[in-house]
Design a protein around this ligand. Sequence first.
Ligand code: IPM
Ligand code: MG
Length: 368
Amino acid sequence: MTSYKLLLLPGDGIGPEVMAEVERLIAWADAQGLAKIETETDLVGGCAYDAHGEAISEAAMMRALAANAVMLGAVGGPKWDGVPYDQRPEAGLLRLRKDLELFANLRPAICYPALADASSLKRELVDGLDIMIVRELTGGVYFGEPKEIVDLGKGQKRAVDTQVYETNEIERIATVAFELARKRSNLVHSAEKRNVMKTGVLWNEVVTRVHKEHYPDVTLQHILADNCAMQLVRRPKQFDVIVTDNLFGDMLSDEAAMATGSLGMLPSASLGEADARGKRRALYEPVHGSAPDIAGRGIANPIATIASFAMCLRYSFDLGEVADNIERAIAHVLDQGLRTADISQDGCKTVGTREMGDAILAALDRKA
Ligand code: IPM
Ligand code: MG
């Protein structure tokens, strides 16, 4: 059996708690003879800053580059509010994305039927929702230069962020979106602000050309990003794949996530370019943050991280069947009425992180 190297970066806040459940799944998969996964663990975020004075050490970066995939928990928290900008916890995550060239961020927003009532939207709007947000992850205003605050004197300052995109960056993310759409419902919405931004004009132009030249069989709709935000709460099921830039993707994915019931449910995959053997560098992480308010209490929802691990099995380790089983096990425990606090519901049993992990393992065992 092929053996894979997985780097675990649990990070801050609830990160270590939810990652512990993934470690149990890895042990389970190994015991069942389903997967051989060698893990290493390192620091990222505030905990790395505390240990090394930077949000990710060179050694951890080397490990990330050498691994077949990386699983990340979460970074950040109020404890590090005062650290210098370049060393803030988020800088570790951004460096991983940039240096591993993980330009394609896949954020599926799926509403499990059992959770349709946990959404802030009406059940009929979200029941059966299945959207894939494809967020550009290594460009745009996150990384554009200059990025600075300049002192103008007389108590005045000027802050600058730079939104910048080049043709090839848009081409490759559009390609990912069209390819995914072909395996889904064949519809892509491309969201930008071409009415205000030059990057939006170029985005629109390049996506239109990639579509015309290579994917005329896929339905393409251009949508202004603000309208997309509105439509996501008005009629979310009209969407299949949404492709958008780094900043709009950050916001639209939080919005789509909430429509499904809880941010605690949603996984993500960040992928690089495929090499000659079709292998991509990859990092998997839940969409939610470090939730410092509930950290250390054993009540965090581990499902987003477990589902991220399922994506890792599918996209990086060719273990799609095991991934399917994990996703079915998640749906099963939800059907059974088990809920962590973030998705608690009348008539359901509220459980902690560990118990949720136990239940998912038990559901897998029944299947195995
Ligand atoms: C996300 C997060 C990150 C982002 C933060 C933690 C830097 O919000 O992954 O959506 O803005 O990309
Ligand atoms: Mg975000």
